[in-house]
Design a protein around this ligand. Sequence first.
Ligand code: MG
Length: 300
Amino acid sequence: MSETTTGSSAVFLDRDGTLVHESLDYIIKPEDLELIDGVGQALRRLRAAGYKLVVITNQACLAKGILEEKTLEQIHDRLRSLLAEEAVQLDGIYFCGHHPEGAVQKYAQDSDRRKPAPGMLLEAAEELDIDLGRSWMVGDATGDAQAGRRAGCRTIILTDPEQIAKGGPGSPDITAADFAVKNLSEAADVIISQDISLEDSDEQPSAREAKSPAAVPNDNARILTDILRELRHQRVTQVHREFSVSKMLAGMLQCTVFLCLVMAYVAFSYWTEKSLYVCLAVGLILQTMVVALLLLHPSR
Ligand SMILES: [Mg+2]
């Protein structure tokens, strides 16, 4: 296997029943080819997600002589044209015309390019520089999933009953694939979500932080602002708590007590003994009130 390890990721796509409507017979004229609804949008999403888009299709009609290569090219030109109308460009179309029971000698043999063999995927990987380990194979047949797995891709089987009823390969074995969904739109959902999950799990925490540097300073600024707001609130509350009427009265009474002591000293020196006792008694009463006011203050 010539698997590359540094190439692009790709989605390999079966053609009939995956991109275009199945037919009871082979599609042998360009005008027979019609895109399945939603295919254009699904491929645009995959392209926007960075995947190369490569069609991988068995065309045993060449071996059976039902179709010539020239007409097949015209059919594929119509496929490219219809997809271009949907703003989608393919990176390649690989087909295998071989079949062991073919009538045309050139194609009447088995081939390692014919699905479920992985030959066409390996060839595309080599020519288009595709990393098969990062790529997907999507198709509506068991052989599509088997080819994808043998090439080293992850695989999705489509199980749209409408396409199966139109003459496809019958109900596929969904155990052959990693995922089974109804249509290509759902397959695109799986591919994109799975690869995003893988990228997230591979990322180191420091790398995730570095990916959004603006988020870190924004968070820090918000935290600092909250802290400052809380500190300011506590400071204002503290100032309000420290002021009270009882404290103010206690301060005024304490000043009066000092005045009483001064008057008692004057009375001791110049006034009568009775005046001295009155000043001391008033001072003692006032001092008791000061102590009582401070003891009863709720924020002590
Ligand atoms: Mg098919």
